[in-house]
Write a protein that binds this ligand. Structure first.
Ligand SMILES: CC/C=C\C/C=C\C/C=C\C/C=C\CC/C=C/C(=O)SCCNC(=O)CCNC(=O)[C@H](O)C(C)(C)COP(=O)(O)OP(=O)(O)OC[C@H]1O[C@@H](n2cnc3c(N)ncnc32)[C@H](O)[C@@H]1OP(=O)(O)O
Ligand SMILES: Cc1cc2nc3c(=O)[nH]c(=O)nc-3n(C[C@H](O)[C@H](O)[C@H](O)COP(=O)(O)OP(=O)(O)OC[C@H]3O[C@@H](n4cnc5c(N)ncnc54)[C@H](O)[C@@H]3O)c2cc1C
Length: 642
């Protein structure tokens, strides 16, 4: 199963080997539990481990393999981030995709050797979503052949970029490029922020940390202002766009090609979200098979809480989602790598499809991951609320994904633009022009679902039902939009008035893609036992998801009330079938205790002993009487006694 999850037997084996090596290297372990550290201590601890890793990485992993690097990172540095998180996640990808060969030769080896630390600085205090209204400017000075970066007012301060505040000395900065008073829109520039020797901010740069966040606090998300700060013309990233010495602008082959670093993260973060969901579920499911509370049969002893159907219903559909996201994520990464290769050689024809797909997936996956992790926390009762479970940190980091790389509603609306264009093709009889991801929109569906009517139909009837609801909602939302325009409404006003319906279409389309990715994967599996276990999970997935969106299929009679009862019964049937495998389905992800960082979710299951040990190690328990008591509470009580 681990081979299915991680892509191959070799990958699963390598992960095990890496975890085993790390287990033998105490210098790479947290020196004490992270929740007991202050933010400064955590940042220091992370930097300590990061520098050891830089020295010893070659002994542990193949540093050129991103999957090994990612696993090493999760084990040693963990999900709260590290001082170089954005260096790998966005700075290097931005340079790789947007810098010319010559620029890459100059900067990439230095970045890869970690001679310099970089980040991706785009969002500002006043604008994150609407890139056209970013306010930082890069004005070309023909006389000196330099760009002058400037922050015209407080809202133009860069705000949020990870590791910008304290760790990075370089950044890819996105600014509006102005040449001879003409604004060419947002473009990426390579900018040095700090002196390479002293790490002091360079003159003209104002920089710092934006303060503590809900989670992810090892990362120093930062602010940055420029006061007429000059950089050479050749620091504009020039793979696709060029500015010649005389100010001549050579436009890129696609208007949005400079957005590729965002698409990179949107594609890669899906499996990251699956991992976080599976981690939280691993903790909750292990704990649920240790925790005994109450009886189902009063004549029997107390049961493990995992025996309760409500507990299974809370956890198992999310186990199925974690697998579904992992499989859909792996497909998306493959597609992304393909499109990136094409883009580098000038073929930009697949960019729109990839953008639409990743926009929908990042939104649905992050939202459902958040839901699943929060349910996992509640499934652990009171102990889930303790930082000892570590679920709150996993939750905080995961739901950051609902916001970063494009706020979820906004990204769903990006996919909706693509769906509406596709609907227009269907309506004008040009279905043959639909891309493969939306081809179903042009296919006539049956009048009613045949779920429960065709024995052994596999998942075909389910997929058809998902296709039906997605198609119907897309055409309905598109009709609403076109109708408003026909009535004379301006395009943007009409769009806004339909946006809730449009986003519903985007979600349904994306959920269909996730179901199909899961079906594709299960169909490929040769090992009978693995196939059986995953088929059960897939049964739960399709029935649970369909129940969740049933209103769309009920309202036009595609599904009947009796079919809904059938689907509900299937959910209960598969909850029971999955119960014996539940812990194994999560243990198969093979998270080590070091990586999980959870007292509640440890492999040994010694929950109570470990919780007591953890509580005793709380810094508050170093003394029996705190100074807050001697200084304030004791005098107060004494005064009251007089
Ligand atoms: C590798 C990682 C591995 C694992 C990660 C795991 C865990 C992660 C843990 C921690 C987190 C780590 C890092 C977090 C880092 C976060 C970084 C950031 O957040 S960076 C900032 C991100 N910002 C955004 O995403 C901004 C969102 N806004 C936009 O993208 C755009 O403004 C928007 C698309 C909304 C609109 O663009 P605009 O240019 O204004 O639009 P316009 O109306 O002119 O055009 C729309 C037109 O353009 C098409 N389009 C838009 N984008 C693309 C694209 N990327 N590719 C192709 N086409 C694009 C769009 O479809 C539309 O086309 P049509 O007109 O409809 O034809
Ligand atoms: C943990 C974290 C890490 C980050 N890291 C980075 C980084 O490394 N580099 C970087 O540059 N940035 C980073 N960001 C910033 C992030 O990319 C932005 O916060 C994000 O893109 C959302 O933009 P915003 O804050 O402007 O939200 P807003 O756009 O202000 O969103 C507020 C509300 O307005 C709604 N809204 C906005 N526009 C529309 C619209 N057109 N239609 C409908 N509704 C709309 C949204 O849906 C939302 O409900 C990070 C953010 C976080 C939380």
């Amino acid at each position: 199963m681990a081979a299915q999850i991680w892509g191959s037997e070799k990958r699963a084996r390598r992960r095990r080997e890496i975890s085993a090596k790390i287990a033998q290297m105490p210098e790479l372990h947290d020196s004490k539990p992270l929740p007991f550290m202050t933010r400064e201590e955590k940042i220091m601890e992370s930097a300590r481990k990061l520098t050891i890793l830089t020295e010893k990485m070659g002994q542990i992993i193949d540093p050129t393999d991103p999957a090994e690097l990612y696993h090493l990172n999760n084990e040693v540095l963990g999900l709260e981030g590290n001082p170089m998180a954005l260096h790998g996640v966005m700075f290097i990808p931005a340079l790789s995709a947007q810098a010319s060969d010559e620029q890459q030769a100059k900067w990439l080896p230095r970045a890869l050797r970690r001679e310099i630390i970089g980040t991706y600085a785009q969002t500002e205090l006043g604008h994150g979503t609407n890139l056209q209204n970013l306010e930082t400017t890069a004005t070309y000075d023909l006389a000196t052949q330099e760009f002058v970066l400037h922050t015209p007012q407080i809202t133009a301060l860069k705000w949020w970029p990870g590791n910008l505040g304290k760790s990075s000395n370089y950044a890819v900065v996105v600014a509006h490029m102005i040449i001879k008073a003409k604004n060419y829109g947002p473009h990426p520039f390579m900018v040095q922020l700090r002196d390479e020797k002293t790490h002091e901010p360079l003159p003209g740069i104002t920089i710092g940390d934006i303060g503590p966040k809900m989670a992810y606090n090892i990362v120093d998300n930062g602010f940055l202002g420029f006061n007429k700060y000059r950089i050479p013309r050749t620091n504009l990233l020039m793979r696709h766009t060029k500015v010649e010495a005389d100010g001549t602008y050579i436009k890129p082959p696609h208007a949005k090609i400079n957005y590729s670093a965002m698409v990179h993260v949107r594609a890669y973060m899906l499996t990251g979200q699956a991992i976080m969901l599976a981690s939280a579920l691993n903790i909750a499911t292990r704990y649920s098979s240790v925790r005994r509370q109450g009886q189902i049969d009063k004549s029997q002893p107390e049961v493990k809480v995992l025996e309760y159907q409500t507990q299974q219903h809370r956890l198992f559909p999310s186990i199925a989602r974690a697998y579904a996201f992992q499989f859909a994520g792996a497909e998306t990464v493959k597609l992304y790598e393909h499109v990136l290769k094409e883009m580098k050689s000038g073929n930009v024809s697949l960019m729109a499809d990839l953008h639409a797909l990743t926009s929908g997936l990042k939104s649905v996956v992050t939202y459902q991951t958040g839901e699943g992790i929060e349910q996992a926390r509640m499934a652990c009762g009171g102990h889930g609320y303790s930082m000892a479970s570590y679920i709150s940190e996993i939750y905080g980091v995961a739901i950051g994904g609902c916001t970063y790389e494009g706020e979820n509603m906004v990204m769903l609306l990006q996919l909706a633009r693509y769906l509406v264009k596709s609907a227009a093709l269907v309506k004008s009889g040009q279905s043959s022009k639909l891309g493969p991801l939306v081809a179903y929109l042009g296919v006539k569906s049956e009048p009613t679902s045949l779920i429960d009517r065709i024995p052994n139909s596999g998942f075909t009837e389910y997929v058809k039902t998902f296709q039906h609801v997605s198609k119907r909602q897309t055409l309905k939302a598109a009709d609403m939009f076109f109708g408003l325009m026909e009535k004379g409404e301006k395009r943007e006003i009409a769009w806004n008035k339909c946006s809730v319906e449009l986003n519903r279409a985007s979600r349904l389309h994306t959920r269909l893609f996730i179901v199909e990715a899961f079906v594709r994967r299960v169909n490929e599996i040769a090992d009978i036992r693995i196939k059986e276990a995953l088929t059960d999970l897939l049964h739960l997935h399709v029935n649970y998801e369909l129940l969740d969106i049933a209103s769309y299929a009920l309202e036009d009679g595609f599904l009947s009330a009796s079919q809904l009862d059938y689907i509900r019964d299937q959910v209960y049937l598969y909850l029971g079938k999955i119960r014996p495998n539940a812990v194994s389905l999560l243990d198969s992800w093979e998270f080590s205790d070091i990586e999980l960082r959870s007292v509640l979710g440890r492999r040994d299951g010694n929950v109570y002993e470990n919780l007591f040990k953890w509580a005793k190690s709380s810094p508050l328990n170093k003394t029996d009487v705190l100074s807050s008591v001697t200084q304030y509470l004791k005098p107060m009580m004494e005064k009251a006694r007089l």
